[in-house]
Ligand binder design. Structure first.
Ligand code: FAD
Ligand code: NAI
Length: 467
């Protein structure tokens, strides 16, 4: 007899959301988590702490650079890094406690320890102290997330050679910070430390920043970050870094090969991606298939190659995003409860929480070109938006990509203040198969930054009003 209908290994955004949805649908649910607190990478060391620091450092920057232009004289702001880190820690604690409360409220049994799948229907939990116990369960969901991708030649010590875990917990501002990887983590955390006083240079293997995002947006973004003082070295590969009492010696060379060069910095952030974390789960012994990147293979219904075992979130293919993991958690819970759970992978927004923010949903121009889909692009800059001018936030633009034949919106790309919130009207429109004309005909409140979204939709039909 099974003790539970469902046992989920890992309580990140994928796992805890899956547990709550399954409990709502009447399943008897257990979760297994090896961390001391629930909520996974996202709430403990990822999305939430990084956004707490991005918010605080953004205000620090505004106070130092923008207040005077708005007629507010306060003198140079002083940084209290300990208090800023305190704000981050309190934010994490409040969010993590919230998840613990939700698990209890939904009568989900939580086991603390490392989970291992012994066989379909059996999960062994080994706590830090005490004896292992075995859970009998009808179904298992693997929601074990991801870990930092290491870089050969560098040993992360979280003191001067950092992963994101160390970079959100520094006790002093590094004088010179070298960031390896111009992806989301590198640019978000690089921005935090630049605002707080570090000299930041970003070394990127490719010839552009933010691979996968719209190239037009990425170019504008790089220009803006450069204006803010971030230095970029593109098409460059870091081959080694050695830490000593004096700092870190970093060796790099052109990505295409060539003469190596060494630079001295105070700290290095390794942000070259993350990889699925499935160590010790027992996948090899069970014969659960993984792809070349180590992601658990799943079918359209999140089933692994073994019956009764499912997988979601960062551990499987797709963007490594908290909301993608959450949606997969909901879908698999609904499937297990006999419903038709589903995730629309064409409409998963992505946001970079810098200043300006970058936000996107749907296809990029590059993807549409590659797929041979004829499209019309409508673009509108924030320099022509009244609210943006009033707030002195005129960097950036909105771009709407619509099918040339049907006018259906296929992708929306944004760079500017608050676009991380504004992207959702595009997501809703796309979920309903809406057209650029639908968006252009929807009344938007004035004065708002969102009026630029409407104007970009009007630009598809070449009828913007304010340009
Ligand atoms: P995770 O959150 O990684 O959770 C997996 C859990 O499983 C962990 O708690 C782990 O301890 C546990 N576990 C693993 N193995 C076992 C085992 N054998 N037994 C028991 N427990 C186990 N995404 C966004 O969408 N927005 C953001 O702003 C954002 N910011 C980020 C910032 C940083 C610095 C980082 C590192 C990531 C960020 N992400 C962001 C990505 C986001 O954190 C992940 O996509 C998300 O956490 C994935 O959720 P998950 O549930 O699949 O895995
Ligand atoms: P990433 O995949 O976004 O970027 C890694 C970058 O490093 C790429 O540009 C890549 O070309 C470059 N790179 C790889 N090897 C390199 C090398 N040897 N030298 C120089 N550059 C190299 O990965 P990142 O930033 O580590 O983030 C990991 C994951 O976390 C991402 O998938 C992202 O989705 C998620 N995340 C999401 C956030 C958000 O939604 N706001 C915030 C932070 C992380």
């Amino acid at each position: 007899m099974a003790d539970y209908d469902l046992t989920i290994i890992g309580t990140g955004p994928g796992g805890y959301v899956c547990a709550i949805r399954a409990a709502q649908l009447g399943l008897k649910v257990a979760v297994v988590e090896k961390r001391k607190t629930h909520s996974g990478t996202c709430l403990n060391v990822g999305c939430i702490p990084s956004k707490a620091l991005l918010h605080a450092s953004d205000l620090f920057e505004e106070a130092g650079h923008d207040f005077a232009r708005l007629g507010i004289k306060i003198g140079a702001p002083k940084l209290d890094l300990k208090a800023m880190m305190g704000h981050k820690d309190e934010t994490v604690e409040a969010n993590v406690k919230g998840v613990e409360f939700l698990l209890k409220k939904n009568k989900i049994t939580a086991f603390q320890g490392v989970g291992r799948i012994v066989a379909a229907g059996l999960v062994e939990v080994t706590p830090e102290k005490g004896k292992a116990e075995t859970i009998a369960t009808r179904n298992i969901v693997i929601a074990t997330g991801s870990e930092v991708m290491p870089l050969p030649g560098l040993e992360i010590d979280e003191k001067s050679i950092l992963s994101s875990d160390g970079a959100i917990a520094l006790s002093s501002v590094p004088g010179r910070l070298l960031v390896i990887g111009a992806g989301v983590i590198g640019l978000e955390l690089g921005s935090v430390w630049r605002r707080l006083g570090s000299e930041v240079q970003v070394v990127e293997f490719l010839d552009r920043i933010l691979p996968g995002m719209d190239a037009d947006v990425a170019k504008t973004f790089q220009r803006t970050l450069k204006k803010q003082g971030v230095k970029f070295r593109l098409s460059t590969r870091v081959t080694a870094a050695k830490a000593s009492a004096k700092g870190v010696k970093v060796t790099m060379e052109p990505a295409a090969g060539g003469t190596a060069e060494t630079v001295d910095v105070d700290a290095v952030l390794v942000a070259i991606g993350r990889r699925p974390y499935t160590a010790g789960l027992g996948l090899e012994e069970l014969g659960i298939a993984r792809d070349k990147q180590g992601r658990v293979e799943t079918d359209g219904n999140f089933r692994t190659t073994i019956d009764g075992i499912y997988a979601i979130g960062d551990a499987i293919k797709g963007p490594m995003l908290a909301h993608k993991a959450e949606d997969e958690g909901v879908a698999v819970a609904e499937i297990l409860a006999g419903q038709k759970g589903h995730v629309n992978y064409d409409v998963i927004p992505g946001v970079v929480y810098t200043m300006p923010e970058v936000a996107a949903v749907g296809k990029t121009e590059e993807e549409l070109k590659e797929a041979g889909i004829a499209y019309i692009s409508g673009k509108f800059p924030f320099t022509a938006n009244g609210r943006a001018k009033a707030m002195r936030k005129t960097d950036g633009f909105i771009k709407v990509l619509a099918d040339a034949r049907t006018d259906r919106v296929l992708g929306v790309h944004m760079i500017g203040a608050s676009v991380g919130e504004m992207i959702h009207e595009a997501a809703v429109l796309m979920e309903f198969g809406g057209s650029a004309e639908d968006l252009a005909r929807t009344c938007h409140a004035h004065p708002t930054m969102s009026e630029a979204v409407r104007e970009a939709a009007m630009a598809v039909a070449k009828r913007t009003i304010h340009m």
